[in-house]
Design a protein around this ligand. Structure first.
Ligand code: UD1
Ligand code: UDP
Length: 361
């Protein structure tokens, strides 16, 4: 059986890494195709190096563009390669343009598609990722739902139960495989002069937040209020999208927010694990904070990861400054004993077993 793993952005590289490791461990016939939707060294190559991943066999060099441009380039590029490679199954992970375009190209060639992290819904259609999730799920053959809730969502949408498998999320595997190493190897706390639990960690890159001047300004104001109220600094490894938008909007960053370049996975895990609290609009970080038992405030009005809010590890603040402050105050008073519903660190093993068992339709 020939497995084709397609990825293109930072979170896909990280969350696919346990699946790639499992393929190597089992000596399977697999190839990696990188769309290069992400291409900056610190959003791309650094993760291949740190996670010790083999170089992709193909690289589409798609880069940035509008949704249509990016999606179309990936569709055309993936189709050409799949016609040549005759893969038996394509595996994609998550909800980016890379995921939708690759799944669609494969499905139209009657190549089986396995969607890792299937069944997530924010029920907010203006979010480009929501469209990508829904369409990818509905053209996939094997749907790897991270949780029972995700499985229920897929069943309600009419997807046959024989195609849905609850596996846990590979993000848990990635955290378990790398956290000890991160704690041992990373010197990021010393480098940034931080003490354990002595800072807040922030990220924001979601289009609906950072491409909207009012929301971005209000988030920055809210985070500044948090920093002042609790006398702790805020570390913000800034996504290039946000950096670009700050410049376009001519917005200044408040002094209490310490902007740094995006970090490699080991440094970032260490920063997450030792933060007093995380403020973010990232999907992966809502899961990671829940797994590491670091309180999280999500700078969004909705989430496709309700498992993290339901167990008490996460609160949705939206972009309102005062609400951000209120949510942080609440989360700081919580004990950290919530459950992790995202899995036990064996998702990749389960996924590959299922792929092998379901070789034919
Ligand atoms: C994409 C995904 C998003 C995911 C995020 C992970 C879609 C629709 N969005 O958003 O779901 O959460 O990746 O980080 O697929 N840029 C660089 N270097 C890069 C990549 C991007 O400078 O390597 C800048 C460019 O100015 C580009 C902008 O970031 O225009 C946005 O990049 P894009 O790939 O369109 O979306 P992301 O915001 O990265
Ligand atoms: N991450 C990282 N360095 C950073 C910021 C994030 O390694 O500077 C990791 C983080 O640990 C998580 C993933 O990138 O695993 C999340 O990616 P992102 O927030 O870009 O995308 P999303 O999860 O929202 O799709």
């Amino acid at each position: 059986m020939k497995i084709f793993i397609i990825l293109g952005t930072r979170p896909e590289i990280i969350k696919m890494s346990p699946v790639i490791r499992e393929c190597i461990k089992k000596k399977l016939n697999f190839s990696i195709l990188h769309t290069n939707q992400h291409y900056s060294e610190n959003l791309d190559k650094v993760f291949f190096k740190e996670l010790n991943l083999p170089q992709p066999k193909y690289n589409l060099n798609v880069g940035s563009g509008t949704h249509a441009e990016q999606t179309a380039k990936i569709l055309v590029g993936v189709e050409k390669i799949l016609l040549k490679e005759k893969a038996d199954i394509v595996l994609v992970e998550g909800d980016t343009n890379t995921v939708l375009a690759s799944a669609l190209a494969a499905a139209k060639l009657h190549i089986r598609v396995g969607h890792i992290e299937a069944g997530l819904r924010s029920y907010y259609r203006e979010m480009p990722e929501e469209i990508n999730r829904i369409l990818t799920d509905h053209c996939s053959d094997l749907l790897f739902a991270p949780t029972k809730k995700a499985r229920g969502i897929l069943l309600n949408e009419g997807i046959s139960k024989k195609n849905i498998f609850v596996t846990g999320n590979t993000v848990v595997d990635a955290v378990f495989q790398n956290l000890k190493l991160a704690e041992k190897k990373s010197k990021i706390l010393e480098k940034l002069h931080l003490s354990k639990r002595g800072y807040f960690l922030m990220t924001a890159h979601r289009a609906e937040n950072v491409d909207n001047k009012d929301r971005l300004e209000s988030i920055l104001k809210g985070v500044e209020m948090v920093s002042k109220r609790f006398s702790l600094s805020v570390i913000y490894p800034i996504h290039p999208r946000t950096r670009k938008m700050l410049k376009n909007f001519k917005l200044a960053i408040p002094k209490s927010i310490n902007l740094i370049e995006p970090l490699g996975y080991l440094d970032f895990l260490k920063l997450e694990n030792n933060a007093r609290l995380i403020l973010t609009d990232s999907g992966g970080m809502q899961e990671e904070s829940c797994i590491m038992k670091v309180p999280c405030v999500t700078l969004r009005d909705n989430t496709e990861r309700p498992e993290s809010t339901e167990v008490g590890g996460n609160l949705l603040s939206g972009a309102n400054s005062l609400k951000i402050l209120k949510c942080v105050s609440k989360m700081l008073n919580k004990n950290r004993k919530w459950k992790n519903l995202f899995g036990f660190g064996k998702a990749a093993e389960k996924i590959i077993k299922i792929v092998q068992k379901n070789e034919k339709r």
